[in-house]
Write a protein that binds this ligand. Structure first.
Ligand code: PGA
Length: 249
């Protein structure tokens, strides 16, 4: 059985104070939510504060990005060692906003995955096609390339620690969610592709999350698809009551 994951990507939102208030509001609402892993990804400035605040709760913390080197002259970057030291357990890698605005490539995704695994951070690896790629019938080619290059040279053991997030770029922040059928179809393709790179049993155990305008009113339909193992949520994860209703789908 693949245990569901509901993850909130806060992007560039929330001060330390707002982050702490969010955790205080969320914790009681998800106290009994033992059916899934609950992850929040605050900005770096709030990561340590959030890790302290989630002690004794079922909530886990994630970074939104990382560098692949342990340390060095890389102004503005944060290493996986530094992230792990905060007590965060996950790191989002290859989000489409990082690919689009900050030059993230499948190659940097691959390096970052290696760096995260080195210190036992769980990589939440994002892939997804743009609207024009979908319209040109390129979706499968794009997903296959992102997986092949992003996961290149990983051993089965390394791969077994990874979570994939399918996030069609046209659905992120647009209010235009993929239908459960469209998402499930992409998830089936992703799982089938993974089975060609790694063992079929590993591919069947891999958790594949859907992301892109997930909201309290559409999560049930998405989670009803056996292929969809959870959600990576942006906008609707920023309010505690909304995120709690996603967790308690
Ligand atoms: P959204 O963002 O839920 O606001 O569409 C999803 C994401 O970027 O992970």
């Amino acid at each position: 059985m693949r245990r569901p994951v509901i993850a909130g990507n806060w992007k560039m939102f929330k001060t330390v104070e707002e982050s702490e208030a969010f955790i205080d509001a969320l914790a009681p609402l998800v106290e009994d939510s033992t059916h899934c892993d609950i992850v929040v990804a605050p900005p770096f400035t709030a990561l340590s504060a959030v890790v302290k605040r989630i002690q004794g709760t079922r909530i886990l913390a994630s970074a939104q990005n990382c560098h692949w080197e342990k340390e060095g002259a890389f102004t503005g970057e944060v290493s996986c060692e530094m992230i792990a030291e905060t007590g965060a357990r996950y790191v989002i890698i290859g989000h489409s906003e990082r690919r689009q605005y900050f030059g993230e490539t499948n190659d940097t995704v691959n390096r970052k995955i290696g760096a995260a695994l080195r210190v036992d951070l769980t990589p939440l690896v994002c892939i997804g096609e743009s609207l024009s790629e979908r319209e040109q019938g390129q979706t499968e080619r794009v997903l296959e390339t992102q997986l092949r290059e992003g996961l290149a040279a990983l051993t089965d053991l390394q791969f077994s620690h990874i979570i994939i997030a399918y996030e069609p770029v046209w659905a992120i922040g647009t209010g235009r969610t993929a239908t459960p059928q469209i998402a499930a179809e992409a998830h089936r393709f992703i799982r089938g592709t993974l089975a060609t790179f790694f063992s079929a049993s590993l591919a069947s155990e891999t958790r594949i999350l859907y992301g892109g305008s997930v909201k309290p009113d559409n999560i049930k339909g998405l989670m009803a698809q056996p292929e969809i193992d959870g959600a990576l949520v942006g906008g609707a994860s920023l309010k505690a009551d909304s995120f709690a209703s996603l967790v308690n789908f």
